[in-house]
Structure formats: C-alpha cells, structure tokens
Design a binder for this molecule. Structure first.
Ligand SMILES: Nc1ncnc2c1ncn2[C@@H]1O[C@H](COP(=O)(O)OP(=O)(O)O)[C@@H](O)[C@H]1O
Ligand SMILES: [Mg+2]
Length: 227
C-alpha cells in the first residue's frame, strides 16, 4: 500500500458576504496517495478552485483538519505555510503566470530565489535539467511571449518542478490550449505522476479523465462521487 500524502477531514469553507456568508465547502473528506493523479471535476461554482487552493495552502479553511504525511498542518503560521508551499508544492495555472519581461531562465529561477537554498551553480544545473525534461532547453534565453501556448505551459511545469516538490497542483492547465498541445501536456503530467509526483488537477474537460488514477466530483461543496 502506498503512503497517504494528504488527508482532509471534515473541511469547511465559508466566504464572507455582505450580510451573510457563502458555505462553499461543506465537509470534505479526502485521502490522496503518493503518485496519485487526481482530477477534481464539477460544475462551475461547485468549489473546485477553492478546494485546490486549500490543498495548496493558498487559502485557509474554517473548520476541519489537514494532515500532510500524517502530520496535522491545520494550524501553521503564515510563515510556515509559505515555507511549506515553497518546499512541497509546484503550481501550474491556466494562464501560465510567467513574467513577460524575464527570460525563461529567470522565470524558472524564481521559486529558487524565494527559498534561497541553492548555490548559483546548483540553480543553473536545476534550470537546465528541468528545461531538458520538458524538451525546451533551446528556449532558455527567449522571453515567454516568444513561445507558443503549449510551450509556455511546459515552461510553467519546469518552473513547478524546480524545487523538487512532492505535489503538482494544476488548475485547468490545458484550458487555454488546443487539442494536440493538451495531449502533450497531459502526457507530461502523466509521466511525472508515474515517476512518483502526486498530481492534483482541476478540469472540466471530460476527455481528460482517462489520465486520472482517481476522479473527485464536487457538487455544491460536497464530494458526490469518487471514481
Ligand atoms: N474570494 C471569494 N469571495 C467570495 N466568493 C467566492 C470567492 N471565490 C469563489 N467564490 C464563490 O465560491 C463558489 C465556488 O467558487 P470556485 O471554488 O471558484 O468554484 P469552481 O472553481 O468550481 O468554479 C462560487 O459560488 C464563487 O462565486
Ligand atoms: Mg475554478
């Protein structure tokens, strides 16, 4: 049996509104194992992004417990949360979020600057290795907007991998891509999951569910189906 990397127990999330509050997640229980390729699906507004942001420590929740590798991380301080994010998690977004004024080298370097762990030589080595992994070493000194959408998404995956995270979070990573490029990106994510990375992805494209080892369907803030 492979190890549990994440366990959520009875997670509840509210967004404050003018005179009330919106109950967005209503008791979420989840177990995610190392190397799982999880897809979170559900209608627009069902709470997918909220759940992903909670899992990725980008957002807080109001009730319940979050266990990471068996340790209760529910009550970490802001500083510990940001360290946790930087060490354990890589993010891939629909809109790439690359910085247009920086070249590819500098974009991939960014997460390593924030955590300040590596020497210049080590950073250089990591950037080149990750670029090679996504097949774009020759683009190292280009700017993001000189690349196609699919290439930019590969760069964000290289960036997400640079600190050796356990988990990659991806919110609609192929939402801005055409069919062929989507397939390339999905194959790359699948390869990473087979190499032991845990992938947690939000999508509304049913054609992509075949890549998942587990599908979690949200409806109005609860998990209605697990496949
Ligand atoms: N920051 C926020 N403040 C208030 N309401 C929000 C906020 N973010 C999302 N919501 C609301 O919470 C619900 C779930 O949103 P979201 O998690 O983005 O759903 P999904 O990603 O499934 O479309 C929606 O009704 C949305 O309008
Ligand atoms: Mg969303």
């Amino acid at each position: 049996m492979s190890e549990n990397i994440i366990k959520l127990k009875n997670i509840q999330k509210y967004y404050p509104m003018k005179d009330s509050r919106l109950h967005v997640l209503k008791s979420i229980d989840l177990e995610i194992k190392k190397g799982d390729f999880i897809m979170i699906v559900g209608q627009s507004g069902s709470g997918k992004t909220t759940l992903l942001n909670i899992l990725g420590f980008l957002d807080k929740f109001d009730e319940g417990n979050y266990f990471y590798k068996g340790e209760d991380v529910t009550n970490l301080s802001e500083k510990e949360r940001s360290k946790f994010r930087n060490t354990n998690i890589g993010f891939v977004f629909q809109q790439f979020n690359l910085i247009p004024t920086l070249d590819i080298y500098k974009n991939i370097e960014l997460p390593m600057i924030y955590n300040n762990r590596y020497s210049k030589e080590e950073k250089d080595k990591r950037i080149k290795e990750r670029l090679k992994k996504v097949g774009l070493l020759d683009k190292i000194h280009q700017k993001p907007l000189e690349l196609s959408g699919g290439q930019q998404q590969r760069i964000t995956i290289a960036r997400a991998l640079v600190n050796d995270p356990d988990i990659i979070f991806a919110d609609e990573p192929t939402g801005a891509l055409d069919i062929n490029t989507t397939k390339d990106i999905m194959e790359l994510l699948k390869e990473l999951s087979q190499q032991g990375k845990t992938i947690i992805m939000v999508t509304h494209e049913t054609g992509l569910l075949k890549y998942a080892t587990k599908v979690i369907r949200l409806n109005d803030g609860i998990v209605v189906e697990e496949m």
